[in-house]
Design a binder for this molecule. Structure first.
Ligand SMILES: Cc1cc2nc3c(=O)[nH]c(=O)nc-3n(C[C@H](O)[C@H](O)[C@H](O)COP(=O)(O)O)c2cc1C
Length: 411
């Protein structure tokens, strides 16, 4: 299983087509998702996008030759160590060579030496794609278990159009993640709350928090990739962040306030096997919401009376305790901590987990480098008796994988 303790090594082969510029974005997406990426271009590919770009993005040396780094037997080591090999774009020429098992460059030897899944993203002119030789090669490769993503029907280089356009980087990423993910959440219904609630004061102002929703969305995307059927209760998440949750098995329910989030979560949790409360929910809301904008002149903005919001996670745990949830439902809550003292943090986590009645508490270190609005996160996952069952830091996807692994092992 590809859990958080194992680095996922992905080789991205790049061959000589114009679509290589789109692979730049793919490499960024893969590294952003927390994967270790080594780029293996062909000589022709380097005429389209050069070595410095690949090295800077992947943070690994890049070569096309089997004669570099011979001490580490690089020509086979890359393929042996890979969890996945992607070739994007895959030219007609390289597809033919892969079919024939030709190994006259580093990409060829890597592909022969690997036992990992291979994903090709073909890109070429429509005539080249339709050509009987290419089609026969593709048929042979797929019969051997090689996976394909695309090509799409659309605009091609030089103004032509037809089948042969390389799949978009996001699609290739999705196909790659699907191949990598253990399908260990297949058949399970997961509900994730994500984002931050906003409690209106008047028509233009609200009490809010700095949660972007990235961690919750990463959890939703990773759970879907592992086979789960996912509902995201999304509180005020930007379209940009929500784009990562585009998956046929993810349903998004937008909400605004803590009360709306509570209603949506209670409804969704009634049929959920796993509930993850990653949203930052306001503890209090203004006692009254003004219909009209409050003005300075009226002196109405110097004081705000607050009332307490319902504790959603505690309500969900109580519901489960009363048997109003599927048998064996797992509930995960989050706690943001600013304390740098691990002993104090863990003691608070132990008490909070018990008070809320949840199975796991992901203690989120919110400081200058991690947490709210940041791309990276660091968590300690606290289970029964306050024991730290797992910890993870890095991208929010790496943290999501650790949380899902912890849920999986406790179920
Ligand atoms: C501007 C330009 C664009 C090209 N685009 C493609 C392409 O999209 N698909 C393809 O199969 N070949 C394309 N070719 C041809 C390949 O670059 C050529 O077949 C080359 O030998 C491929 O080598 P490689 O597979 O080792 O990278 C293109 C060539 C040029 C000059």
């Amino acid at each position: 299983m590809l859990g958080q303790n194992r680095t996922v090594n992905i080789v991205v082969g790049v061959t000589g087509g114009i679509a290589a510029y789109k692979t730049v974005h793919l490499v960024r997406l893969l590294t952003k998702a927390g994967h270790d990426v080594t780029v293996v271009p062909t000589e022709d590919a380097l005429r389209f996008v050069g070595t410095p770009t690949w090295e800077a993005l992947s943070r690994h040396p890049v070569t096309t030759s089997v004669h570099d780094d011979v001490a580490r037997v690089r020509h086979v080591a890359l393929g042996q160590g890979a969890n996945l090999v992607i070739v994007a774009p895959a030219t007609a020429n390289s597809i033919a060579k892969i079919t024939a098992g030709i190994a006259d460059n580093l990409l060829g030897t890597t592909l022969l030496a690997t036992e990992a899944p291979v994903l090709l993203a073909p890109a070429m002119h429509a005539e080249m794609w339709r050509n009987a030789a290419t089609q026969a090669n593709i048929a042979t490769l797929t019969s051997r278990g090689v996976h394909l993503v695309g090509p799409a029907d659309g605009e091609l280089a030089g103004g032509d159009s037809g089948p042969g356009r390389m799949a978009e980087p996001e699609q290739i990423l999705e196909a790659a993640l699907a191949l990598l993910a253990p399908r260990d959440l297949e058949g399970l219904r997961v509900v994730v709350s994500a984002g931050g609630t906003r409690e209106p004061i008047d028509p233009v102002r609200f009490l809010g928090n700095r949660s972007s929703g990235r961690q919750g969305i990463a959890l939703a995307a990773d759970a879907a990739a592992r086979g789960a059927d996912v509902t995201v209760v999304a509180a005020n998440i930007s379209a940009d962040v929500l784009a990562d949750a585009r998956h046929p098995s993810i349903r998004v329910l937008p909400v605004g306030t803590a009360a709306e989030l509570a209603d949506a979560m209670k409804e969704a949790a009634r049929a959920a096997d796993i509930v993850i409360m990653a949203a930052a929910v306001a503890d209090y809301r203004p006692a009254t919401v003004s219909e009209h904008k409050l003005t300075k002149e009226q002196g109405l903005l110097t004081r705000l009376d607050l009332v307490e919001n319902e504790d959603v996670v505690a309500a969900l745990a109580a519901s489960r305790a009363e048997g109003r949830a599927p048998h064996g439902q797992t509930i995960v809550a989050f706690a943001a901590e600013t304390s740098e003292d691990p002993v104090e943090r863990r003691e608070r986590a132990r008490r909070k987990r018990e008070r809320k009645g949840v199975d796991l508490l992901a203690v989120n270190l919110a400081n200058a480098d991690h947490g709210f609005e940041k791309r990276d996160n660091a968590v300690e996952i606290v289970g029964g008796g306050g024991a730290v069952v797992s910890s993870a830091s890095g991208s929010k996807h790496a943290v999501a994988r650790a949380i899902l692994d912890a849920v999986r092992s406790m179920r």
